[in-house]
Design a protein around this ligand. Structure first.
Ligand code: AMP
Ligand code: ZN
Length: 135
């Protein structure tokens, strides 16, 4: 696995993901331990560890894709709102050191403690199949 980085391995198709969106620069897929139904991660295919070492042009593209995917999820799930999270460093709760934005769909009723549940792989696959976008 390149860099020993699980998200680089996902970007290289070396390990599977529940893909929601892909283009030349960016990949979006379901988080396997979701905070809520449709919890999606958006990553650049090029590795950087966090906000501070990511080139501005990459960040600009990434945020634009976060907007595009969030807009799609709001309609396709559908959800009522969403949180965007982006953790930097272990102290901030970052566990995968490849920059990523979380899109956490909200439905108005859930607890906001952000405690994730173990995902059901069959449900995740079906959901990704249902809401996947064209590149
Ligand atoms: P963070 O705490 O911001 O670093 O978030 C990392 C997220 O990546 C967690 O919510 C994990 O559930 C998620 N995650 C880890 N491995 C995978 C994977 N192979 N596919 C999808 N999501 C993953
Ligand atoms: Zn990486």
């Amino acid at each position: 696995m390149k860099n020993n980085c699980v998200f680089c391995a996902i970007a290289a198709n070396e390990i599977p993901s529940f893909k929601v969106y892909e283009d030349d620069l960016v990949l979006a897929y379901l988080d396997i331990n979701p905070f809520s139904k449709g919890h999606t991660l958006v990553i650049p295919k090029e590795h950087s560890s966090g906000l501070l070492d990511t080139p501005d042009e990459t960040l600009a593209a990434l945020v634009a894709r976060v907007k595009k995917v969030a807009s799609h999820l709001k309609a396709a799930l559908p959800c009522d709102g969403f949180n965007i999270l982006q953790n930097n460093g272990e102290a901030a709760g970052q566990t995968v050191m490849h920059i990523h934005f979380h899109i956490v769909p909200r439905y108005g009723k859930e607890d906001i403690s952000f405690i994730s549940q173990k995902g059901d792989m069959d449900e995740l696959k079906a959901l990704a199949d249902r809401i996947r976008m064209e590149g």
